[in-house]
Write a protein that binds this ligand. Structure first.
Ligand code: T4K
Length: 398
């Protein structure tokens, strides 16, 4: 059990707390401590000291040391995947994944994501072709993909946005029909499972982020999930300048390695991850129960056959809500609650993309609307019950 966090809630307890929050309606003044959209879950510091002592005594700081190896194995076990290559962050993971599959030309992707998704393409001199999202899942809409395929298209890069699985089957069918690679930006999808197991098994490669704001963090870090040992070995070379041994370089690789200190943090995080995920789920449940009846607030639907990680709690602020999305964002901020408008502005509207034909707002109506409506409310294991009540109270009472 984690310290100082939301107590166990069953259905009745949650609704009692919800009634309390709604009775109060408007919160009383600003909070003393700001509440951010995310907060890393850090285990007690003393638990980290033995890892540091080992690093200090071995003096192996990086280049595939003991903790790096341990974490790769432990994550394969935990996530239920066969092969995984750690890397220094999710963005370098995406860049390296594209290199590993020798992707060129045009890649179909979503405009509704963090900029790193499209930036990873530009860094490889690949042209992103933006395709609209499904307004219900906020993921790439498979029914719109085929119309965007040209002779230059070589791959599809969808995102499991907020950790909600893409329509992986429909995407794979299109990829198979047109002989395209599929690289999932799975930055949000740590531990997410569908009917058949980890959602990370889909596509040619999937890339996780272990950034400080993520469900599972190594401070900075990421991983590329590979289908076989050969692909992992190739990626291991690519992330180490292309070195195979002391004197042989097989590719123009990059330095994308994870250090021992980050890997050690990962090992420690893994010991606490189940408790942290359970806390997130309780907060997600409390939000859902109390916001269900609020006119003008919509939440994403969870499929019962999927396992979610509750990485984010996005709400859609619809026109029948008394405030605009930005109005609610500012109101929460006045009370010290820093909700975030992920993903506004839309990637397609940034200067390096906005001149592209596929980036025009009229081609992306669902993504454009989502960027105007979505607000991500704070969700992290240490979010206190009284703070959660206050956030809910503000949203209910606006
Ligand atoms: N693909 C997708 C779909 C992604 O969402 C991301 C990253 C990537 C790829 C790339 O993965 P990495 O290369 O990052 O591994 C944050 C993160 O920086 C970014 O990693 C993340 N997505 C994105 C969705 O969110 P910001 O600019 O919103 O971060 P920031 O610094 O404003 O942090 C948000 C809040 O979190 C802060 O208000 C306080 C809290 N926080 C943050 C940090 C950094 C902490 O409590 N401790 C911390 O150390 O982008």
């Amino acid at each position: 059990m984690l310290d100082g966090i939301l107590p166990e809630v069953d259905g009745n307890a949650t609704s009692r707390r919800v009634i309390k929050a709604s009775q109060r309606m408007l919160p009383q003044g600003p909070m003393t401590q700001p509440i951010y959209v995310a907060q890393p879950h850090l285990p007690p510091l003393e638990e980290f000291l033995p890892y540091l002592e080992e690093i200090w005594s071995s003096k192996i700081l990086t280049n595939g040391g003991k903790f790096h190896q341990q974490l790769e194995e432990a994550l394969c076990d935990y996530l239920g995947v066969k092969h995984l290559a750690l890397c220094s962050n999710g963005t370098l993971g995406l860049v390296t994944a594209l290199q590993a599959l020798r992707v060129t030309g045009e890649v179909i992707t979503t405009p509704y994501s963090f900029v790193a998704t499209a930036h990873s393409l530009l860094w490889n001199r690949i042209e992103p072709v933006f395709v609209d999202i499904d307004p219900h899942t906020l993921n790439l809409d498979p029914t719109k993909i085929e119309a965007a395929i040209t002779p230059r298209t070589t791959a599809i890069m969808p995102v499991h946005c907020y950790g909600y699985p893409c329509d992986v089957q429909a995407i794979q069918e299109i990829a198979d029909r047109y002989n395209l690679k599929v690289i999932y930006d799975a930055a949000h999808a740590f531990g997410v499972r569908d009917e058949g197991g980890s959602v990370l098994r889909h596509g040619d490669l999937s890339v996780l982020s272990f950034h400080a704001t993520k469900v599972f963090t190594t401070f900075e870090g990421g991983a590329i999930i590979c289908p076989d040992a050969r692909t992992k070995l190739h990626i291991d070379h690519l992330k180490n300048f292309g070195f195979v041994n002391e004197t042989t370089v097989v590719a123009s690789g990059i330095n994308g390695k994870m250090s021992e200190i980050n890997a050690a943090i990962g090992m420690l995080q893994l010991r606490h991850i189940d408790a942290a995920l359970a806390q997130r789920e309780r907060i997600d449940t409390a939000y859902r129960k109390s916001l269900r009846e609020v006119p003008g607030i919509r939440v994403l639907q969870k499929k019962s056959e999927h396992t979610f990680n509750c990485a984010y709690f996005p709400i859609l602020v619809e026109p029948d809500y008394p405030l605009s999305r930005d109005g609610l964002y500012h109101k929460l901020k006045e009370h010290g609650i820093h909700a975030r408008r992920y993903f506004y502005p839309l990637i397609a509207s940034f200067p390096m993309y906005r001149g592209m034909l596929s980036a025009q707002a009229e081609n992306l109506p669902a993504a454009t609307l989502a960027a105007q409506k979505v607000l991500c409310l704070p969700i992290y294991p240490a979010l206190e019950a009284q703070d959660l009540d206050r956030i809910i109270g503000i949203v209910q009472g606006a």
